[in-house]
Write a protein that binds this ligand. Structure first.
Ligand SMILES: Cc1cc2nc3c(=O)[nH]c(=O)nc-3n(C[C@H](O)[C@H](O)[C@H](O)COP(=O)(O)OP(=O)(O)OC[C@H]3O[C@@H](n4cnc5c(N)ncnc54)[C@H](O)[C@@H]3O)c2cc1C
Ligand SMILES: *[C@@H]1O[C@H](CO)[C@@H](O)[C@H](O)[C@H]1NC(C)=O
Ligand SMILES: *[C@@H]1O[C@H](CO)[C@@H](O)[C@H](O)[C@H]1NC(C)=O
Ligand SMILES: *[C@@H]1O[C@H](CO)[C@@H](O)[C@H](O)[C@H]1NC(C)=O
Length: 479
């Protein structure tokens, strides 16, 4: 008897064990290995639940990514900063043994406005005329005052939600009759925070995002979003790079439980009975896993690319269709030292705000004092319209333009190593939050939604990603 003929018969004899090996059953299948998915996995693991994380790419971290430099060291092309009230990301860094160091913020900033370069010591507003300064402070004060009226957990429930969601952030700014200088500074700040222009944001969404820049005991404020010192969101850096948060967390979870290069194509409910509800999660290569629960841990626009059976409720469908990613890129110029900090170069912080060129908002992205090898780096966000312009240019053209911008601000014609990157967070225009907001995190049966966009605090940040993952895990653990 030929041995090969035995095979089908053996399979027939043991169908259940075969099913087990090809479609194992987990308490939860987590789709997405960014910080939200890994955070959910951590919480489930601690609660003794079985889980698997399915990550499409060949690495964990999603929007956090270290980039190794040819001369040694690394730079961060995704998320970079952490700050006070970002309690979950700070706790995770400590738990994983990752140190923090302060973002460099000593010396003079650069204002580049109407072709003129001015340096100034740290002040709340860059040095423009007195009327413009007053207007900028008035706008920030008004935003902070409105934020007090936002229901952080359910922004669409805020008393003025309907009113706010009918207008864009830009429409709300109009009556301030801002001078050209005030408008330039306000827009620069908004673009740095949201990566979109003010006319792309609903006022409700913008206010909820500001309200989220705090924690349960500290009210969010616009100031925290844009500052380094005094508890700003840009206060600290993670030694070793933010991607270590994801890499070390994944190591703790175990490689068997975090599967890379595992893009999910569809999520189908396999049983109808409430208690026995389970899902078949199918990868692009056709293999499948089974879970009693599924957590979709990514931004709404990405979640839309997965096929759901049965189709998701209308609100969730519309939400994922209508929210869109901001446009952000980073261009990073790497040097052997942080030379701009030296007195002979003007004792510069590395921060510039500009109304020209591609680089409109820059930061010092050097590695910590004493890092071997030393890495000096200047980084600019390429935001919104500038980033979209980037799509039409060659990398050489971008490098060239950013190099020229840096030379104009910092006095050196360094070549920038340009990294392109997707949006930092998905944003909402008018009408989306009041109509579909609850669908950001409203579970559908045993299908749960995580991702930084679905957080209460620190929407759009690493901290929010972790909070959303922990919340989704709690929905499963508490059941
Ligand atoms: C340039 C840039 C700068 C930033 N700066 C900061 C900062 O300084 N500080 C800060 O706190 N935050 C910053 N952020 C934001 C921060 O990176 C994000 O908020 C956070 O990392 C989001 O985590 P997440 O898990 O919600 O989503 P993601 O990180 O996007 O994770 C989603 C994961 O799902 C995977 N995935 C998608 N589809 C599928 C599929 N079908 N099957 C399987 N897997 C799939 C993706 O590959 C990805 O790994 C920045 C972001 C960018 C882009
Ligand atoms: C909120 O942040 C502040 C400042 O970092 C901190 O002192 C406080 O403990 C945090 N609150 C909570 C509930 O974690
Ligand atoms: C990019 O190029 C396309 C086609 O040439 C053009 O329609 C579009 O307006 C350009 N976008 C920007 C932002 O310059
Ligand atoms: C607030 O929103 C939640 C979820 O969207 C909803 O369940 C709740 O009833 C709302 N609460 C109030 C007071 O409107």
């Amino acid at each position: 008897m030929k041995p090969s003929l035995l095979l089908p018969q053996l399979l027939l004899l043991a169908p259940s064990s075969l099913a087990q090996t090809t479609t194992p059953t987990y308490d939860a299948v987590i789709v997405g290995g960014g910080l939200s998915g890994l955070g959910a996995a951590k919480a489930l693991s601690e609660a003794g639940k079985t889980f698997v994380v399915l990550e499409a790419r060949d690495r964990v971290g999603g929007r956090v990514l270290n980039h190794a430099l040819a001369a040694g060291g690394y730079t961060e092309v995704g998320a970079e900063f952490v700050g006070e009230t970002q309690d979950q990301v700070l706790a995770l860094a400590a738990e994983l043994g990752l140190g923090l160091y302060p973002e460099y913020n000593t010396g003079n900033n650069v204002l580049y406005h109407r072709g003129e370069r001015t340096t100034y010591a740290s002040t709340p507003v860059p040095p423009v005329d007195a009327l413009s300064t007053t207007q900028v402070l008035a706008v920030i004060g008004s935003i902070n005052a409105l934020v007090a009226g936002v229901d952080v957990e359910n922004p669409w429930n805020s008393t003025l939600a309907e009113h706010w969601d009918k207008q864009t952030f830009d429409q709300w700014l109009q009556p301030f009759l801002l001078t050209e200088s005030a408008r330039f500074l306000i827009e620069a700040a908004i673009e740095t925070v949201f990566s979109v222009e003010p006319d792309e944001l609903s006022l409700l969404y913008a206010l909820s995002y500001v309200a989220a820049a705090g924690n349960e005991t500290t009210q969010g404020s616009f100031n925290r979003l844009i500052s380094i010192d005094d508890g700003g969101a840009q206060q600290w850096r993670v030694d070793g790079g933010t991607q270590l948060l994801a890499i070390r967390l994944a190591e703790k979870l175990g490689s068997d439980n975090v599967r890379l290069s595992a893009p999910v194509r569809s999520i189908a409910k396999t049983t109808e009975e409430e208690e026995l509800e389970s899902y078949t999660v199918t990868l692009k290569d056709g293999t499948a896993v089974q879970g009693a629960h599924v957590i979709v841990a990514m931004s709404p626009p990405l979640a839309r690319q997965i096929t759901y059976e049965p189709a998701l409720p209308e609100a969730r469908d519309q939400l994922t269709a209508q929210m869109r990613m901001g446009a952000i890129g980073k261009a990073i110029a790497v040097y052997e030292t942080a030379w701009w900090r030296e007195a002979e170069h003007g004792s510069l912080t590395g921060q510039a705000v500009s109304d020209a060129g591609l680089a409109r908002s820059t930061f010092d992205q050097s590695l910590r004092e004493g890092h071997e090898p030393p890495v000096g780096a200047l980084m600019t966000f390429l935001e919104a319209d500038q980033m979209r312009e980037y799509d039409n240019k060659t990398e050489a053209e971008i490098t060239d333009q950013v190099g020229q911008d840096f030379a104009a601000y910092f006095g050196d014609d360094a070549v920038a190593d340009v990294k392109e990157w997707g949006g930092p967070t998905a944003v909402a225009g008018p009408g989306i939050y009041t109509n579909y907001g609850p669908a950001l995190r409203q579970r559908v049966g045993n299908l749960h939604f995580a991702g930084t966009e679905s957080s209460d605090y620190w929407i759009g940040y690493m901290d929010g990603a972790l909070r959303s993952g922990y919340r989704a895990a709690t929905e499963i653990i508490e059941r």
